[in-house]
Design a binder for this molecule. Structure first.
Ligand SMILES: Nc1nc2c(ncn2[C@@H]2O[C@H](COP(=O)(O)OP(=O)(O)O)[C@@H](O)[C@H]2O)c(=O)[nH]1
Ligand SMILES: [Mg+2]
Ligand SMILES: [Zn+2]
Length: 301
């Protein structure tokens, strides 16, 4: 059979079978070379790869390009932006989960776009200001009023353009509604995939990238909503402070050089928080996450 070496990107992976989109748009069902196992390297959705392509559209992955970042669960690589969706109400926003997600993003070199949905039922200016003050790109919207929100959706499409993005956020906040409003052509596909995912047993292993245009991909994976930060090594205690840049900024003049910025005397972070320079809820999340990460023993990893 005639064969050819091509470059492409893994857009879906399921149990050792990888769907690779070649640069020319061709779709190939690939296996990976056995040597990756010896190197303890697993191809991931989002990986840029070289592969041997056969006429029957099957293939064999031979090389994986260096990654910008990689996540164990969901198993994805080269993510540019987490699109974190919250609702102003129904369900009530859980700030700890939002802060965990922003920290995981920062730790893994990923940008954040926070979308506060359902602003038709409750004003979210206070919530928005917390995140803007924390340096996070935040947009209020309502996926229930697509016409009134036309310009906002256009702005979001512009922010996403050219990036590989994953949606995350609790169930019911409006992720699917926002996706359908942003990209109406995806309606059927998104629904079908969601159904497939909820049916299978090994579903959290499946992650899929949808191509919006030449360089824009949207990820569909249930895993980012769960944020089991501790068990999936998404963040470490050592990396916690730099994962909260709004807090780290004030951590330079503490009295003790080993200050943990939780509650110590002479802590410049505590001082900044009292003065309102650091959002109270952000610091509370930092403290709570510190406690969670502290419990992780090296032998648990
Ligand atoms: N009032 C209001 N309801 C919304 C809005 N966006 C979505 N919903 C509703 O919230 C429910 C959950 O939306 P869905 O997109 O399925 O959430 P997902 O679980 O995050 O994908 C549905 O009944 C939607 O119609 C909104 O902006 N305002
Ligand atoms: Mg949904
Ligand atoms: Zn301190």
């Amino acid at each position: 059979m005639a064969e050819n070496t091509l470059s492409g990107r893994i857009i879906k992976s399921t149990g050792g079978l990888y769907t690779v989109e070649a640069k020319d748009g061709g779709i190939y069902e690939c296996r990976a070379k056995g040597a990756f196992k010896i190197e303890k390297l697993t191809p991931l959705t989002g990986d840029n790869v070289k592969f041997t392509a056969f006429e029957d559209k099957s293939g064999f992955i031979t090389d994986i390009e260096d990654r910008k970042n990689a996540f164990v669960r969901p198993a994805v690589a080269n993510v540019d932006t987490f699109i974190i969706v919250a609702a102003s109400a129904k369900p009530e926003p859980d700030l700890y989960i939002l802060d965990k997600l922003t920290a995981v993003a920062k730790f893994n070199n990923t940008d954040v776009l926070l979308l506060i949905n359902k602003c038709d039922i409750k004003n979210a200016d206070a919530l928005k200001s917390i995140y803007l003050n924390a340096g996070i790109d935040t947009v209020c919207l309502s996926a229930a009023n697509i016409d009134e929100n036309k310009e906002i959706f256009e702005k979001i499409r512009e922010k996403i353009k050219g990036k590989t993005c994953f949606f995350s956020g609790a169930s019911g906040v409006g992720k699917t509604s926002i996706l359908n409003a942003l990209y109406p052509g995806f309606e059927l596909e998104t629904g079908e995939i969601s159904k497939k995912i909820s049916r299978g047993k090994h579903t959290t292993r499946v992650s899929t990238l949808y191509k919006v245009d030449e360089n824009t991909y949207i990820g569909d994976t249930p895993g980012f909503s769960l944020v089991d930060v501790v068990n999936y090594n998404m963040l470490t205690l050592d990396g916690l402070l730099t994962s909260f840049p709004d807090i780290e900024k004030y951590a330079k003049n503490c009295l003790y050089s080993d200050c943990t910025h939780l509650c110590e005397d002479g802590c410049s972070v505590m001082e900044a928080q009292k003065q309102g320079k650091i959002e109270k809820t952000r610091h509370e999340s930092y403290v709570k996450l510190y406690g969670e990460l502290k419990k992780v023993k090296p032998w648990d990893k």
